[in-house]
Write a protein that binds this ligand. Structure first.
Ligand code: BES
Ligand code: ZN
Ligand code: ZN
Length: 464
């Protein structure tokens, strides 16, 4: 999809606000237009990003190829100081809205929106806005490539394929290096938790390490850790066939893919920071070599873990990656991203990811970044009072509460990870399960949302 600044063309369809709630395509002597419903709410960046996505999807559904959108209409409510940043995300959201997962459609849909023209852009802003749009389109394209990897079924996307995707995404970019540990190396590195989760599958686990060195040699890096479970059957604690989202569990590597996408974009932009991506990748399957409920495993950190539920596998693979990050990189910040709990969906619905941050006075800053990029996040606490959740009778910690309590599952996930990050490094945990899958209300195309790639990129750009 091209996004340009200019005038309406002979082939373009103008977007206008209609008077009714329906979306209509109107042809008249004066030309054709796409009538979208009048906006009822006070315009904000939130409503405007949603609006551009709605425009793109409506145009696509009606086989419209070129649309023109009045800049004044789309940017209403955005302060002048934020206009370039808004333009970048407007473009990335527009490109994302144009996406559908069509790899396995043998008759590919011809519906494809080719060009969005923003008309009446004030002369003084043209340069700034067109540069921002260029960045935004590039970001949207990477996000869509990663969505294709997320949406690929688990039979076609094993841990090794995820490693291939990391290699392919990063191969032609400067200052970036990808290293992949196979199952032998994983055991040699004493990543006992990753090995336990992945050993029951014929597709053995991989540990993917992406190092981007855009900053000065001595600058401490930011480490992004992404959950890379290529399929989550639940293991011997098998997920139920209804209500357990089994058929969607190929998306359980979305956090890992988001990390690959973010590293790709940072390298492409040449951001002057050192950033490392770590993706523990495994398939959580059932066989005679699977790990069992009741098993006690020794993690990379040396801490022993009592496995009370094999479906709480994400926190296990992340535990090893987090302790690896601490011992190898002395990071100034660690951020982990994971489709970790169904409980996050219960808490927030499908509209926002849950996050935890240490020190917790940084939460407002995080929410602001999320708001700016259009990927919403809401904070939850990690108080000491919740430590009972990880106590074990038989090992150092347990992967779910040993007292049978079942409340606060999102917090339980965070409290478990906290055991492996040590006490000092600034750290953030994103439970993106609510944003694993898009809904019709997102105007994004079905399947993976591609979040929180924009958030990770922005965070790396501005974190001090
Ligand atoms: N991958 C799931 C979480 C999930 C569920 C993400 C549905 C998106 C949609 C995770 O590994 C899991 O199974 N979590 C369990 C934890 C429980 C056993 C403590 C859950 O949420 O039920
Ligand atoms: Zn699980
Ligand atoms: Zn999972």
């Amino acid at each position: 999809m091209k996004i340009t600044i200019g005038n309406e063309s002979k082939t373009s369809v103008r977007v206008e606000f209609g008077t009714t709630d329906d979306i209509r395509f109107v042809e008249s002597n004066a030309g054709s237009s796409l009538r979208i419903p009048p906006q009822k709410k006070e315009p904000t960046q939130r409503t405007q990003l949603k609006l551009i996505r709605t425009i793109v999807r409506s145009a696509k559904e009606r086989s419209v190829k070129v649309v023109s959108v009045d800049w004044g209409m789309i940017s209403v409510g955005i302060p002048e100081s934020k206009i370039a940043q808004f333009a970048e995300h407007l473009a990335s959201h527009a490109v994302a809205a144009g996406y559908d997962f069509t790899v396995f459609k043998t008759q590919e849909s011809k519906r494809k929106i080719e060009n969005i023209i923003f008309t009446n852009v004030p002369e003084k802003n043209v340069n700034e806005i067109s540069a921002a749009i260029k960045n935004g389109v590039a970001m949207g394209e990477v996000i869509n490539e990663m969505r294709t990897i997320m949406n690929t079924s688990a039979g076609d996307l094993t841990p090794e394929h995820l490693a291939d995707a990391a290699r392919t995404q990063c191969s032609k970019l400067p200052k970036i290096k990808v290293t992949v540990f196979d199952e032998k190396r994983i055991q040699k590195e004493k990543m006992g938790a990753l090995w336990a989760v992945g050993k029951g599958s014929t597709h053995k686990p991989r540990f993917i390490q992406i190092e981007y060195s855009g900053g000065a040699k001595n600058d401490a890096p930011i480490v992004f850790v992404g959950k890379g479970i290529t399929f989550d059957s639940g293991g011997l604690n098998l997920k139920p066939s209804s209500g357990g989202s089994l058929n969607e569990m190929h998306l359980d590597m979305s956090g890992g893919a988001a990390v690959i996408g973010a590293l790709h974009i940072l390298a492409k932009k040449g951001v002057k920071k050192n950033v490392i991506g770590l993706i523990p990748a495994a398939e959580n399957m059932i066989s005679s070599t699977s790990y069992r409920p009741g098993d006690i495993i020794t993690s990379h950190s040396g801490k022993t873990i009592e496995v009370l539920n094999t479906d709480a596998e994400g926190r296990l693979v992340l535990a090893d990656a987090l302790s690896y990050a601490i011992t190898h990189f002395k990071p100034k910040l660690i951020v982990d991203v994971a489709t970790l709990t169904g409980a996050a969906l219960i808490a927030l619905g499908q509209n926002a990811s849950a996050f935890f941050v240490r020190p917790d006075n940084r939460a407002p800053e995080i929410m602001e970044i999320a708001e700016d990029v259009g990927e919403y996040m809401w904070p939850l606490p990690m108080w000491d009072e919740y430590e009972y959740m990880v106590r074990s009778d038989r090992a150092d910690v347990a992967n779910i509460p040993s007292d049978g309590s079942r409340w606060g599952g999102v917090i339980n996930g965070a409290m478990f990870l906290k055991e492996f990050v040590g006490k000092t490094v600034p750290w953030m945990h994103i439970d993106m399960a609510p944003r694993m899958d898009s809904t019709g209300r997102d105007a994004l195309g079905k399947g993976a949302t591609g979040e929180p790639i924009r958030f990770l990129v922005r965070l790396a750009e501005i974190f001090k």
